[in-house]
Write a protein that binds this ligand. Structure first.
Ligand SMILES: Cc1cc2nc3c(=O)[nH]c(=O)nc-3n(C[C@H](O)[C@H](O)[C@H](O)COP(=O)(O)OP(=O)(O)OC[C@H]3O[C@@H](n4cnc5c(N)ncnc54)[C@H](O)[C@@H]3O)c2cc1C
Length: 335
């Protein structure tokens, strides 16, 4: 079924008002192929999951597809388990299901918003683990002709928050399912940030994934606003990378600068730059930078895309003026 002039304000976690000219929620590969076959070749096409990494900057012309394939298949193979999830499966449901079985691999990725189908798009990651570490393969449909295609993990060109689907071949495929390879036994990964502090010297081999999941959930809930309570799209800017010379110049003026070595110089903590530029907890009209997490742009109610653009522009200008650093937006602007 295709809905015309569909309201998308509930289909993006920033809760921005927008409408889709035509909206479909196919629940099978065949339904998706049928939709693509019935589409005019030059008709714009958009694919959404939960809209948690998007800025809807106006109405979407043409066809918008929200895959609703929601099957999960589990297969045990010796010490390993293979899990295939439809694109519409809510990511954290998949994490909860596999952790409840005692399987290792997804616990660090607990509570990341979004769908299984969107997970390969930016190679989601948190607490030292990324999708690429556990992905076996991706099933997709080619937009051009509805043909089913399968990509092995090694063919997905994964990088930090990046993949072939996001970069080189953007717009060419709709992901219909992902297959993950998890471990039924073995150690959990707790050597990263807040998890290392939490589990201290515990032997990772004795930890249960449920304990790691509970810790990740607690850490995330203390750090990030829940989009269901305060609409947001997670980190609004990427952490910028600057040259060694630029880093040293900044560090002389700002001894507390938060930065990490990177292959091209130093990666700076965007949240720290925004806080230092005076934007933490500050509002501009109905939007603002979160009071506890300066990197998260929040909608306090009734915001429109123009409000988001104005705030993002003001933050970017202040950071550029103070640090000579250009911040790049993380969530994808559509259309
Ligand atoms: C509070 C909060 C915390 C977050 N924390 C993290 C984090 O820790 N780590 C992290 O990596 N991300 C994080 N994110 C970002 C977000 O959760 C991920 O990017 C997630 O994968 C987006 O899923 P989605 O279903 O909402 O995709 P959407 O936002 O709907 O879409 C994102 C992109 O993927 C494309 N896409 C979606 N589904 C498909 C499909 N089936 N086939 C092809 N393309 C598709 C869309 O076209 C779009 O370009 C966070 C977001 C929020 C709001």
């Amino acid at each position: 079924m295709i809905e015309r002039d569909a309201d998308l304000s509930g289909a993006n976690t920033l809760a921005l008002p927008a409408r889709a000219e035509r909206l479909a929620r196919p629940d099978s590969g065949e339904a998706l192929a049928g939709l693509l076959a019935g589409r005019r070749g030059d008709e714009p096409l958009y694919v959404l999951g939960q809209g948690s990494n998007l800025v809807l900057d106006g109405d979407l012309p043409g066809l918008t597809v929200i895959p609703a394939l929601d099957r999960i298949d589990y297969r045990v193979e010796g010490d390993q388990a293979r899990v295939t999830a439809g694109a519409g499966v809510v990511w954290d449901r998949l994490v909860a299901d596999t952790v409840a079985r005692g399987w290792r691999g997804l616990e660090n990725l607990s509570l990341i918003p979004g769908t299984a189908g969107a997970a390969p798009f930016q190679n989601i990651g948190a607490y030292g683990v990324e999708l690429a570490d556990v992905l076996d393969s991706v099933e997709a449909v080619a937009v051009a002709d509805g043909r089913p295609v399968r990509f092995l993990a090694a063919e997905c060109e994964f990088d930090y928050r990046d993949s072939l689907f996001k970069s080189r071949r953007r717009g060419e495929f709709i992901i219909t399912a992902i297959t993950l390879r998890l471990h039924r036994h073995g150690p959990c990964r707790v050597d990263y940030g807040g998890l290392a502090a939490r589990f201290g010297d515990a032997d990772p081999a004795t930890l249960e994934p449920a304990a790691v999941r509970a810790a990740v959930i607690e850490l995330r809930q203390n750090k990030l606003p829940d989009p269901a309570v305060l609409p947001n799209a997670g980190s609004f800017f990427k952490n910028p990378v600057v040259s060694v010379a630029h880093y040293q110049r900044l560090k002389e003026n700002e001894p507390e600068l938060v930065a990490f070595p990177h292959r091209d110089g130093h990666k700076l903590a965007a949240g720290w730059l925004i806080e230092r530029a005076g934007w933490k907890g500050r509002r501009l009209g109905p939007v603002g930078m979160h009071r506890d997490q300066a990197l998260v742009l929040v909608n306090h109610g009734g915001a429109r895309a123009a409000d988001v653009r104005a705030l993002a522009g003001a933050v970017r200008a202040d950071v550029r003026e103070r640090f000579d650093v250009d911040l790049e937006q993380e969530p994808i602007p559509l259309p």
